[in-house]
Each structure stands twice: as structure tokens, then as C-alpha cells.
Design a protein around this ligand. Sequence first.
Ligand code: AMP
Ligand code: MG
Length: 402
Amino acid sequence: MISVSEALEILKNNLPEPRIVRVSINEAFSRRLAEDIHSPEPSPRYTSSAMDGYAVRWADLHELRDDTPVSLNVVGESQAGVPYAVRLEAGEAVRISTGAMIPEGSDTVIRVEDTEEEGGIVLIRKCKKEGQDVRHAGEEFGQGAKILDKGLVLKARQIALLSAIGCNSIPVYDKPRVSLFITGTELAHHGDEEIKPFQVRDSNDPMLQSAIKEAGGVVAESLHVEDDLEVTVRQLRMALEKQSDIILCSGGVSVGRHDHVKEAAEMVGFDELFWKIRQKPGKPLYVARRNRTLLFGLPGNPVSAFMCFQNFVMPSLASLQGVQYLKKTITAEAEVPVVNMGKRTDFIRVDITNEPNSVPTFRPIARQGSHMLTSIVEADGYIAVEPGCDLKPGDLAEVFVF
Ligand code: AMP
Ligand code: MG
């Protein structure tokens, strides 16, 4: 048996490269950029007015004084969306609105408040400086400038910027596709009409579907598989057709006579990366690889399946989305002694107490059985207790928060 950290290292070295897809702006929300974005055009794209007023030539205003306005002929209008197409000549002005294109020949904008127009003539009363209230093409950034970094998650602000530069084919990491493979002849599935006394309700399928979505993945399909080698092989071939990044199996990886996942996986061409880990719960975890598909054989006990998902599948799903997975942790004080006399890393589920102005404390959930879902529902997180560890009340430990 290998240790948890050895297993994680092997997994890390076998993770497939994330897949990149291009999506339109309408599909880009909350996706992670897979490449830096360089703008195909300058911003602003054209030189425009920052104010409602008149576009003029600075050269026409040299006689302007506080008590001496300058009068110019109003020859037309440049409206936002309807530019004035003719060159501005000496002595001329053009009515202009905010955002409208500055006509060729003009270089300065006079705000409407500093003017008076009558009978086709505008009186210019004030102008602070040459070029005032003009927004120049490219003043924010030029064509080719890097505007967004690879790895960013696209939210409203970044989506606005992408739209503003006309980017409608956005490289993002594809959502990892996961095929679920739920084994167990004893299982009654959600929607089955009646449950027999010897059946077990399937909680792993709904749990793993939710966990996959929470981790940013997509459930490609979910197969319910009887404990029979031939059936398992046939169904695994079907699962492979979906070309998922991950085949996530539940149950059937232990050493029982009716556990067939490992053998079936190897019969369809998977190579074992590891099987059996010094951990509790989750000892029988099996991981294999076939080309770029990873297969996780999670133990069937729901708590074992969940803990293996937390520790092994979550980091893999993160990596397939171009991120390094960082567990959320807090440092807390033990309320009671915690000892590990065994040989495996013990993932003990704990309840955290948080009082204002004091260090958080934790206490193990009383019932830790790997078949007891309350042990993860009542817990706020878990601690990894290594063999030989002997925590006394008041000792600090790192708690992984769910
Ligand atoms: P296995 O790993 O297949 O040997 O299953 C170990 C235990 O987990 C058995 O008691 C199973 O009945 C139970 N189990 C397996 N799959 C599920 C599931 N999908 N939902 C709930 N319990 C399960
Ligand atoms: Mg089973």
C-alpha cells in the first residue's frame, strides 16, 4: 500500500492537459481564460467628443478673450452614429454630441454651456486649451495590447471589455466531462418504484453528480451497473464512447468476489496507477489511465466515496480547468484528545466551533463509520491524522473545510 502523498504525486504526474474550447461572448460568463487576450483593435476605436457641444479648429480661436467671443458658421452636425463626413474649414463649427466622431480638420470641442447659437452662427465664449474634451483613438490601449491574463475567471467587467473590442471567440478551459459508473446489484436508484428489504438506496450517484457540478465539471452520463464482470466490461466500453475526461466509478473496487471494476478496467485497456492507499476511509481507491482518460474506482461506502472525491477527484477536476486546487483550511484547537494508533492516515470528520475573538476549536463527530452519511453532514470539515499522531486538548491542527 502506498501513502496518501505518494498516491497524490502519481496522480499529479498523470493528469491530462486541460482541453481548450472557444466560446461566444454569451457563453463566456464564469469561464476561465485559457490564453492571454490581445486586443485586435485600439480603444477608443476612433477620435470622439467627450461632451455635447461644437467641434472647432483651435486655430480659429486665437482672438477669443473673456469679453470677446468668436463667432463661427455652423455647417452641420456630428451625431453619435451619424458622423459629419466633410472636412472642417477655417471659420466653421459642427454641432457634436458625446461619443460622436470628431470631424476631420477639427481638434477641439467647446461645451454647449460655453456657447450661444442663433441663425446658423455660434458664439464661442470660452475655451481653456487646444484639444480640450477630445478622446483620442488608442488613448486607452493600442491594437495588440494585452488586456486580459490567462487564468482569469470572466465576470461582468471582463465580459464588457471583451465585447468592447469585438472579441467573440474566446479561448476558455473546457469543462471536464465525467461519466459516472455506479456499480452494485444491491442498489435501488432514485425513481425506482419500490425498495425491497435487502436493497440499499443509491446515494452515491446523486452525491457525485452534485459534487462534479460543484467542482465545475459536467456529468456526461450515469450508468447503473450490475456486479457481473461481463456486464461491467460491456458497460465500461459504452462509457468510453462518451470520450469523457474522467470515468468515475462507485463501488466494486475492493477484494470481494463481486468486485469487478479493476479487472474490467484492465480488460478494456486501462493501466493501473495505484490501488489501495494507507488511508481511512477509502483504502480500496483504485486509479487507472487509458490514453487521456482517468478512471477513479471509488469505494462504495458513501463516506469513503465522498472523502476520496475530496482528496483525489477535486484536485484532478481543478487541474483539468487550468487551476491548481487549493484546499480551504483553518487552524483550530483540539477540544478533546485525538490519537491515531493505526498505520493509515485517518481523515477524521470534525465539527468546528467559532466564537468571536478566539481561536476556532474542533471536536470529532461521534460516529465516524464510512457508511454513516451523518458523519459528513454534521461535520464542517476534516483533519488528516497521521499514524502515531497524539493530539492533546488545546493542540493546534489544520482543518480542511468542506
Ligand atoms: P463496495 O465498495 O461495492 O463493496 O460497497 C461497499 C458498501 O457500500 C456496500 O455496503 C454497498 O452496499 C455500499 N454502496 C455501494 N454503492 C453504493 C451507493 N451507490 N450508494 C449507497 N451505498 C452504496
Ligand atoms: Mg459493490
